[in-house]
Design a protein. Sequence first.
Length: 588
Amino acid sequence: MGTEHVIRGIGVSPGIRIGRAMVYAPGAGTEAESEASGEVNSEAELALLQQARQQSEAQLLELAERTRETLGEEQAGILSGQAKFLADPAFYPPMEKKIREEGASAQAAVRAVVEHTAGRFEALNNAYMQERAADIRDLGQRLLTHLSGEGGGMRLSDIKDEVILVAHDLAPSDTVQLNKQYVLAFVTRAGGKTSHTALLARSLGIAAVVGAGEQTAAIADGDWLIVDGAEGVCIIRPEETTLAQYRQRQEVSEHEERELEAYRSRPAASQDGVAVEMAANIGTVQEAEAAAERQAEGIGLYRTEFLFMDAKRLPTEEEQAEAYCTVARQMAGKPVIIRTLDIGGDKALPYLQLPKEENPFLGYRAIRIGLDRKELLLTQLRAILRASSEGRLKIMFPMISGLAEWRQAKALYEQARTELEAEGVAIAAPAELEVGIMVEIPSAALQADRLAREVDFFSIGTNDLVQYTLAVDRMNEHVAYLYDYFHPAVLQLIHRVIEAAHHAGKWAGMCGGMAGDPLAAPLLLGLGLDEWSMDSGAIARIKQVLSQLDSTECRKLAEELLELDTPDEVRAALSQLMTTSNEQIQQQ
Ligand code: PEP
Ligand code: MG
């Protein structure tokens, strides 16, 4: 037995779990075999490949069906999506070609095409697309398992002891098989925040830390482990004192989880009855379903770029309108803010062939592309307007730096409206469709009073506002210590934006990460933020915190915080207040 050892990764599914490690190394036998060199009978290999494809497809569809019943449509879609990909012209036919024209064995053909396809996704400068590579490798592994005649490999669904699973990586189809009753948590060496595996872990309620790196090799089968899925921490072979500490934290966190359930259906309001609007951020049509289930009062940010990133070419006006209609219907009359395309920066769109830039976050991005390639923005605006008769849609432009850009964007919106009216298409009346902007560039925050006279609303994007105010690249881990929305300069800008909106009789929301941080809640309530938009998983917790706060006290607190010098001072003052409020919650 070694001594206690702490390793860190990315916490993707919260929860504190304590248990024994089960080290999972699938397919150990399938990797090296096959491909006996020499004679390859192409016809026989083609037949084997065809059979493996059919078996894989049947298995995936069955798994999707079971997942649909247990977890829901979105999760099932990950598996049926893989089944569909088997028929993709860029996937299966190249395998056949390799066998036919290059004399490859079925296994070699699968490996080569999977590597090539996954590699193409990984080469894209975008975390979301890069992690789709994991789905392709998962699919490849399934084909290989069938080709090797093992018919499914070790079944994770067979685990019947309480364990914490430790693996190099877990594919989505592995993850859906996990039974929460036995698999308390998992820790993986690879993986990222936006992977499907992370999404599934959250849906299943299994605590998870991914991307823990080489250090996972220090874990042996049967070792005691503590996993903190919120903090991204895994403690190997913990000392008694550490165990006791975490057992206590575990009790508190489980109690909190049960408490939170009750807040789902309650309206969002402070203790003294000041109501705010609690909305969700979404990136896909499916996420709207989760947002509706979690009682979001609307969608505060629909990141439409994922609709574009999931396609191989620009989605047409009709295709876009269909997606927007689906979200509008899903939210059944609640407001849905559709943000126009925010591509560039860390989000690439290969088919647009954007120029390679030294400083992409300061370059050709978001509304700048939309105003340069007007057809693109016009098509999207027409699509949103077409969907506007299906629900309460609002339009939001990203990365507006000042009045000139806003006016150009607004003019395009007017043009789209005029065109559709002339074509006789039914669209929402101008007064029913609000058009606003994201405030995520300091220049827009500084001109908020002028902008407020013309826009219908503001939504503060702290993710970018922080990086542009503090000159800290949001993707750069070396300067991550400087990235802080509690910096007094950022607070001054947020204050200014909310004040400007209210002065002009408009509303101000926030859809950056700060809105979902419980620590920020007293400050944002005190500053008078009207609409809060966040990951739908955070809504219940923020509602709970709000219900403990008094708006008059928070207003005073916010005034005091605005006078402080450093982010640490702001955090310390808020932490003190939160400790008192948590004690109150526990006493109830
Ligand atoms: C933001 O910048 O705060 C925001 C919500 O937009 P994104 O994270 O998509 O840039
Ligand atoms: Mg942004």
